[in-house]
Design a binder for this molecule. Structure first.
Ligand SMILES: C[S@@+](CC[C@H](N)C(=O)[O-])C[C@H]1O[C@@H](n2cnc3c(N)ncnc32)[C@H](O)[C@@H]1O
Length: 341
Protein backbone atom coordinates (compact mmCIF):
# COMPACT_ATOMS: atom_id res chain seq x y z
CA UNK A 1 0.00 0.00 0.00
CA UNK A 2 1.10 3.56 -0.51
CA UNK A 3 2.25 5.22 2.68
CA UNK A 4 -0.04 7.93 3.97
CA UNK A 5 2.88 10.14 4.95
CA UNK A 6 1.06 11.66 7.91
CA UNK A 7 3.96 11.52 10.31
CA UNK A 8 6.84 13.85 9.62
CA UNK A 9 9.36 11.39 10.98
CA UNK A 10 11.67 10.55 8.11
CA UNK A 11 13.93 7.56 7.98
CA UNK A 12 16.43 8.20 10.77
CA UNK A 13 18.89 6.69 8.43
CA UNK A 14 22.61 6.27 8.36
CA UNK A 15 24.55 6.44 5.14
CA UNK A 16 26.42 3.37 4.01
CA UNK A 17 29.50 4.54 2.21
CA UNK A 18 31.89 1.61 1.76
CA UNK A 19 35.25 1.95 0.11
CA UNK A 20 35.30 3.44 -3.35
CA UNK A 21 34.34 0.67 -5.71
CA UNK A 22 35.53 2.51 -8.78
CA UNK A 23 34.53 1.05 -12.07
CA UNK A 24 33.73 -2.46 -10.82
CA UNK A 25 30.24 -2.27 -12.31
CA UNK A 26 31.81 -2.09 -15.73
CA UNK A 27 33.10 -5.64 -15.48
CA UNK A 28 36.48 -5.91 -17.11
CA UNK A 29 36.19 -2.58 -18.84
CA UNK A 30 38.67 -0.22 -17.27
CA UNK A 31 37.92 2.66 -19.60
CA UNK A 32 35.41 4.48 -17.37
CA UNK A 33 36.18 8.17 -17.47
CA UNK A 34 37.82 8.97 -14.11
CA UNK A 35 36.44 12.49 -14.25
CA UNK A 36 32.84 11.26 -14.59
CA UNK A 37 32.12 11.98 -10.92
CA UNK A 38 33.31 15.55 -11.26
CA UNK A 39 31.39 16.09 -14.47
CA UNK A 40 28.16 14.69 -13.08
CA UNK A 41 28.55 16.72 -9.96
CA UNK A 42 29.33 20.05 -11.54
CA UNK A 43 26.59 19.86 -14.15
CA UNK A 44 23.76 18.01 -12.49
CA UNK A 45 24.27 15.27 -15.06
CA UNK A 46 25.86 16.09 -18.40
CA UNK A 47 26.84 19.47 -19.73
CA UNK A 48 23.39 20.13 -21.17
CA UNK A 49 21.67 18.06 -18.51
CA UNK A 50 21.06 20.94 -16.20
CA UNK A 51 18.60 22.50 -18.57
CA UNK A 52 17.25 19.74 -20.74
CA UNK A 53 17.22 17.00 -18.17
CA UNK A 54 15.51 19.16 -15.57
CA UNK A 55 12.82 20.13 -18.04
CA UNK A 56 12.32 16.53 -18.95
CA UNK A 57 12.56 15.27 -15.38
CA UNK A 58 9.95 17.71 -14.19
CA UNK A 59 7.58 16.06 -16.64
CA UNK A 60 8.49 12.52 -15.65
CA UNK A 61 8.75 13.03 -11.93
CA UNK A 62 5.32 14.55 -11.51
CA UNK A 63 4.18 11.21 -10.02
CA UNK A 64 6.41 11.80 -7.02
CA UNK A 65 3.77 13.55 -5.02
CA UNK A 66 4.55 14.85 -1.54
CA UNK A 67 4.88 12.31 1.20
CA UNK A 68 6.14 9.36 -0.80
CA UNK A 69 9.09 7.10 -0.04
CA UNK A 70 11.44 7.13 -3.02
CA UNK A 71 14.31 4.92 -4.14
CA UNK A 72 16.80 6.52 -6.54
CA UNK A 73 18.76 3.54 -7.89
CA UNK A 74 22.05 4.45 -9.54
CA UNK A 75 21.74 7.90 -8.02
CA UNK A 76 25.22 9.06 -9.10
CA UNK A 77 26.01 12.26 -7.24
CA UNK A 78 22.37 12.51 -6.20
CA UNK A 79 20.78 15.27 -8.32
CA UNK A 80 17.48 13.42 -8.63
CA UNK A 81 17.47 12.33 -4.97
CA UNK A 82 17.82 15.97 -4.01
CA UNK A 83 15.08 17.11 -6.43
CA UNK A 84 12.76 14.44 -5.00
CA UNK A 85 13.40 15.44 -1.39
CA UNK A 86 13.46 19.19 -1.96
CA UNK A 87 11.23 20.26 -4.83
CA UNK A 88 8.93 17.24 -4.92
CA UNK A 89 8.67 16.91 -1.16
CA UNK A 90 9.18 13.17 -1.00
CA UNK A 91 8.89 11.86 2.54
CA UNK A 92 12.16 9.98 2.30
CA UNK A 93 14.69 9.19 -0.39
CA UNK A 94 17.23 6.38 -0.50
CA UNK A 95 19.90 7.00 -3.13
CA UNK A 96 21.90 3.88 -4.03
CA UNK A 97 24.95 3.78 -6.25
CA UNK A 98 27.56 1.12 -6.86
CA UNK A 99 30.31 3.68 -7.05
CA UNK A 100 31.48 4.78 -3.59
CA UNK A 101 32.97 7.96 -5.01
CA UNK A 102 29.60 9.05 -6.43
CA UNK A 103 28.05 8.44 -3.00
CA UNK A 104 30.81 10.37 -1.27
CA UNK A 105 30.12 13.40 -3.48
CA UNK A 106 26.34 13.00 -3.05
CA UNK A 107 26.75 13.04 0.74
CA UNK A 108 28.90 16.16 0.55
CA UNK A 109 26.28 17.86 -1.65
CA UNK A 110 23.54 17.00 0.83
CA UNK A 111 25.40 19.06 3.44
CA UNK A 112 24.25 22.23 1.66
CA UNK A 113 20.57 21.41 2.20
CA UNK A 114 18.39 22.61 5.03
CA UNK A 115 18.25 20.24 8.03
CA UNK A 116 14.69 19.05 7.34
CA UNK A 117 15.50 18.19 3.70
CA UNK A 118 18.87 16.73 4.60
CA UNK A 119 17.44 14.28 7.11
CA UNK A 120 15.11 12.82 4.52
CA UNK A 121 17.93 11.55 2.29
CA UNK A 122 20.02 8.45 2.90
CA UNK A 123 22.84 7.57 0.52
CA UNK A 124 24.23 4.08 0.34
CA UNK A 125 26.71 2.14 -1.76
CA UNK A 126 24.92 -0.80 -3.30
CA UNK A 127 24.44 -2.76 -6.48
CA UNK A 128 21.06 -2.21 -8.13
CA UNK A 129 21.22 -5.67 -9.69
CA UNK A 130 21.15 -7.46 -6.34
CA UNK A 131 19.02 -7.06 -3.22
CA UNK A 132 22.06 -7.27 -0.90
CA UNK A 133 21.68 -3.62 0.05
CA UNK A 134 18.11 -4.20 1.31
CA UNK A 135 19.28 -4.60 4.88
CA UNK A 136 17.46 -3.67 8.11
CA UNK A 137 19.00 -0.20 8.36
CA UNK A 138 17.70 0.64 4.88
CA UNK A 139 14.02 1.04 3.94
CA UNK A 140 12.88 -2.19 2.31
CA UNK A 141 10.18 -1.01 -0.10
CA UNK A 142 9.20 2.22 -1.76
CA UNK A 143 6.21 4.10 -3.18
CA UNK A 144 8.34 5.22 -6.10
CA UNK A 145 11.39 3.41 -7.42
CA UNK A 146 13.21 5.72 -9.76
CA UNK A 147 16.31 5.02 -11.79
CA UNK A 148 17.63 7.66 -14.15
CA UNK A 149 19.81 6.42 -17.00
CA UNK A 150 21.41 3.48 -15.25
CA UNK A 151 20.35 0.57 -17.51
CA UNK A 152 23.00 1.69 -20.01
CA UNK A 153 25.64 0.81 -17.37
CA UNK A 154 24.23 -2.66 -16.79
CA UNK A 155 24.67 -5.63 -19.06
CA UNK A 156 21.86 -7.76 -17.62
CA UNK A 157 18.72 -5.65 -17.64
CA UNK A 158 16.45 -8.32 -16.19
CA UNK A 159 18.32 -8.52 -12.88
CA UNK A 160 18.13 -4.76 -12.47
CA UNK A 161 14.45 -4.54 -13.39
CA UNK A 162 13.71 -7.42 -11.01
CA UNK A 163 15.26 -5.51 -8.11
CA UNK A 164 13.47 -2.29 -9.06
CA UNK A 165 10.04 -3.90 -9.30
CA UNK A 166 10.55 -6.00 -6.17
CA UNK A 167 11.47 -2.90 -4.16
CA UNK A 168 8.24 -1.12 -5.20
CA UNK A 169 5.16 -1.15 -2.93
CA UNK A 170 1.75 -2.34 -4.06
CA UNK A 171 0.22 0.51 -6.06
CA UNK A 172 3.57 2.26 -6.29
CA UNK A 173 5.34 3.44 -9.42
CA UNK A 174 8.50 2.05 -10.92
CA UNK A 175 10.09 4.59 -13.25
CA UNK A 176 13.13 3.63 -15.26
CA UNK A 177 14.62 6.13 -17.65
CA UNK A 178 17.09 5.20 -20.34
CA UNK A 179 18.86 6.57 -23.37
CA UNK A 180 16.92 6.28 -26.60
CA UNK A 181 17.64 7.09 -30.24
CA UNK A 182 21.02 5.40 -30.36
CA UNK A 183 21.18 5.93 -34.12
CA UNK A 184 20.78 9.69 -33.87
CA UNK A 185 23.73 12.04 -33.60
CA UNK A 186 22.57 14.95 -31.46
CA UNK A 187 24.35 18.24 -32.10
CA UNK A 188 24.47 21.70 -30.60
CA UNK A 189 22.85 23.07 -33.74
CA UNK A 190 25.80 25.30 -34.62
CA UNK A 191 26.61 23.70 -37.99
CA UNK A 192 24.80 23.40 -41.30
CA UNK A 193 23.86 19.90 -42.41
CA UNK A 194 26.75 19.83 -44.90
CA UNK A 195 29.32 20.93 -42.30
CA UNK A 196 27.94 18.39 -39.88
CA UNK A 197 28.16 15.59 -42.43
CA UNK A 198 31.75 16.47 -43.32
CA UNK A 199 32.89 16.54 -39.70
CA UNK A 200 31.09 13.32 -38.86
CA UNK A 201 32.75 11.61 -41.79
CA UNK A 202 36.10 12.74 -40.49
CA UNK A 203 35.39 11.34 -37.00
CA UNK A 204 34.15 8.09 -38.47
CA UNK A 205 37.37 7.70 -40.46
CA UNK A 206 39.42 8.23 -37.31
CA UNK A 207 37.35 5.66 -35.43
CA UNK A 208 37.64 3.06 -38.16
CA UNK A 209 41.43 3.37 -38.07
CA UNK A 210 41.52 2.28 -34.40
CA UNK A 211 42.54 -1.30 -33.73
CA UNK A 212 39.93 -2.61 -31.25
CA UNK A 213 42.51 -4.97 -29.75
CA UNK A 214 44.82 -2.12 -28.85
CA UNK A 215 44.70 -1.66 -25.05
CA UNK A 216 44.50 2.07 -25.69
CA UNK A 217 41.50 1.73 -28.02
CA UNK A 218 39.11 3.36 -25.52
CA UNK A 219 41.43 6.35 -25.17
CA UNK A 220 41.61 6.61 -28.93
CA UNK A 221 37.81 6.57 -29.25
CA UNK A 222 37.68 9.46 -26.80
CA UNK A 223 40.45 11.30 -28.63
CA UNK A 224 38.55 10.99 -31.92
CA UNK A 225 35.85 13.16 -30.39
CA UNK A 226 38.21 15.64 -28.78
CA UNK A 227 37.51 19.14 -29.93
CA UNK A 228 34.22 18.05 -31.52
CA UNK A 229 32.12 20.02 -29.09
CA UNK A 230 29.31 20.36 -31.62
CA UNK A 231 28.35 16.72 -31.00
CA UNK A 232 26.35 16.48 -27.80
CA UNK A 233 25.39 12.84 -28.06
CA UNK A 234 26.41 10.00 -30.33
CA UNK A 235 26.87 6.24 -30.13
CA UNK A 236 29.97 4.36 -31.20
CA UNK A 237 29.96 0.59 -31.67
CA UNK A 238 32.18 -2.12 -32.99
CA UNK A 239 30.74 -3.33 -36.29
CA UNK A 240 32.70 -5.74 -38.49
CA UNK A 241 35.66 -5.27 -36.15
CA UNK A 242 35.74 -1.50 -36.67
CA UNK A 243 34.55 1.31 -34.43
CA UNK A 244 31.85 3.35 -36.16
CA UNK A 245 29.52 6.18 -35.27
CA UNK A 246 26.05 4.64 -35.37
CA UNK A 247 23.90 6.68 -37.71
CA UNK A 248 21.40 4.28 -39.25
CA UNK A 249 18.86 1.80 -37.95
CA UNK A 250 20.59 -0.93 -39.96
CA UNK A 251 23.84 -0.34 -38.08
CA UNK A 252 21.91 -0.46 -34.83
CA UNK A 253 20.15 -3.67 -35.80
CA UNK A 254 23.58 -5.29 -36.19
CA UNK A 255 24.18 -4.92 -32.43
CA UNK A 256 23.42 -7.67 -29.94
CA UNK A 257 21.44 -6.78 -26.82
CA UNK A 258 23.93 -5.78 -24.14
CA UNK A 259 26.68 -5.07 -26.71
CA UNK A 260 29.53 -2.91 -25.40
CA UNK A 261 29.30 0.55 -26.92
CA UNK A 262 30.70 4.02 -26.25
CA UNK A 263 28.44 6.99 -25.87
CA UNK A 264 29.54 10.54 -26.49
CA UNK A 265 27.74 12.67 -23.95
CA UNK A 266 28.10 16.35 -23.21
CA UNK A 267 31.63 16.70 -21.85
CA UNK A 268 32.69 13.05 -21.96
CA UNK A 269 32.78 9.73 -23.74
CA UNK A 270 31.65 6.79 -21.60
CA UNK A 271 31.60 3.02 -22.04
CA UNK A 272 28.03 1.70 -21.95
CA UNK A 273 25.93 -1.28 -22.96
CA UNK A 274 23.36 -1.10 -25.73
CA UNK A 275 19.76 -1.91 -24.83
CA UNK A 276 16.84 -1.14 -27.11
CA UNK A 277 13.47 0.15 -25.93
CA UNK A 278 12.06 -3.34 -26.61
CA UNK A 279 14.51 -4.85 -24.15
CA UNK A 280 13.35 -2.58 -21.34
CA UNK A 281 9.73 -3.41 -22.10
CA UNK A 282 10.51 -7.14 -22.28
CA UNK A 283 12.44 -7.06 -19.01
CA UNK A 284 9.53 -5.29 -17.28
CA UNK A 285 7.00 -7.70 -18.75
CA UNK A 286 9.13 -10.66 -17.70
CA UNK A 287 9.49 -9.42 -14.13
CA UNK A 288 5.79 -8.58 -13.86
CA UNK A 289 4.54 -11.76 -15.57
CA UNK A 290 3.46 -9.95 -18.71
CA UNK A 291 0.38 -8.52 -17.03
CA UNK A 292 1.52 -4.93 -17.02
CA UNK A 293 0.71 -1.64 -18.68
CA UNK A 294 3.85 0.30 -19.44
CA UNK A 295 3.61 4.01 -20.06
CA UNK A 296 6.50 5.42 -22.06
CA UNK A 297 7.26 9.10 -21.68
CA UNK A 298 9.49 11.19 -23.83
CA UNK A 299 9.84 14.87 -23.17
CA UNK A 300 11.24 16.65 -26.18
CA UNK A 301 10.71 19.73 -28.28
CA UNK A 302 7.51 19.42 -30.25
CA UNK A 303 8.50 21.77 -33.00
CA UNK A 304 11.11 24.13 -34.34
CA UNK A 305 9.58 27.11 -32.57
CA UNK A 306 9.85 25.48 -29.15
CA UNK A 307 13.47 24.55 -29.84
CA UNK A 308 14.33 28.08 -31.04
CA UNK A 309 12.81 29.57 -27.92
CA UNK A 310 14.79 27.19 -25.71
CA UNK A 311 18.04 27.94 -27.53
CA UNK A 312 17.44 31.69 -27.33
CA UNK A 313 16.92 31.40 -23.58
CA UNK A 314 19.89 29.03 -23.10
CA UNK A 315 22.70 30.35 -25.31
CA UNK A 316 25.24 27.95 -23.77
CA UNK A 317 23.13 24.97 -24.70
CA UNK A 318 22.20 25.23 -28.37
CA UNK A 319 20.38 21.99 -29.01
CA UNK A 320 20.23 20.90 -32.64
CA UNK A 321 17.11 20.09 -34.60
CA UNK A 322 17.64 16.39 -33.78
CA UNK A 323 16.00 17.16 -30.44
CA UNK A 324 12.69 17.92 -32.13
CA UNK A 325 10.44 14.93 -31.63
CA UNK A 326 13.42 12.78 -30.59
CA UNK A 327 14.28 13.14 -26.98
CA UNK A 328 17.55 11.38 -26.23
CA UNK A 329 15.84 9.66 -23.26
CA UNK A 330 12.72 7.67 -22.62
CA UNK A 331 11.06 6.86 -19.29
CA UNK A 332 9.20 3.61 -18.71
CA UNK A 333 6.65 3.84 -15.95
CA UNK A 334 4.64 0.98 -14.47
CA UNK A 335 2.24 0.90 -11.57
CA UNK A 336 2.94 -2.17 -9.50
CA UNK A 337 0.12 -4.50 -8.67
CA UNK A 338 0.78 -7.62 -6.61
CA UNK A 339 -1.68 -9.39 -8.89
CA UNK A 340 0.77 -9.05 -11.73
CA UNK A 341 3.91 -9.94 -9.79
C1 LIG B 1 24.51 7.81 -16.14
S1 LIG B 1 24.79 7.78 -14.44
C2 LIG B 1 23.26 8.43 -13.82
C3 LIG B 1 23.39 9.01 -12.45
C4 LIG B 1 22.14 9.67 -11.90
N1 LIG B 1 21.00 8.80 -11.92
C5 LIG B 1 21.85 10.97 -12.64
O1 LIG B 1 20.82 11.08 -13.28
O2 LIG B 1 22.69 11.88 -12.56
C6 LIG B 1 24.69 6.08 -14.05
C7 LIG B 1 24.99 5.78 -12.58
O3 LIG B 1 24.66 4.40 -12.35
C8 LIG B 1 25.61 3.87 -11.45
N2 LIG B 1 25.57 2.41 -11.58
C9 LIG B 1 26.02 1.66 -12.60
N3 LIG B 1 25.79 0.38 -12.38
C10 LIG B 1 25.15 0.29 -11.19
C11 LIG B 1 24.66 -0.79 -10.42
N4 LIG B 1 24.76 -2.05 -10.82
N5 LIG B 1 24.06 -0.50 -9.24
C12 LIG B 1 23.96 0.78 -8.79
N6 LIG B 1 24.42 1.83 -9.49
C13 LIG B 1 25.00 1.60 -10.68
C14 LIG B 1 26.91 4.53 -11.87
O4 LIG B 1 27.88 4.47 -10.85
C15 LIG B 1 26.43 5.95 -12.19
O5 LIG B 1 26.50 6.76 -11.06
Amino acid sequence: MLSTGLSHSPTNQTDITGASQGPSHLGNRTDWNPTAVEIYNSTGHGADGKELLDKWLAYILRVIVPGRHVLDAGCGTGPDSIICAKSLQARSVVGVDINGEMIRVAIAKREDLSPEIKEKIQFIVGDATTTNWLIPSVRQSFDVTLSVNVGCNIRDLTKYVEVMTRATNEGGQCIITAPDNFATVFTDGSLTDIQKEERLKCIDEKLRAINPNDPKAAEQVKAAFNGQGFIYRATVALIDNQYQVIMTDDQLAALEPGAAIFRKLPGMVVPNYYHSADEYVMALEKCLSGNVKIKSHTGCFNDHEEQEKYNAENPDSLLGKEYIGKNPFVAYEVTISRACK
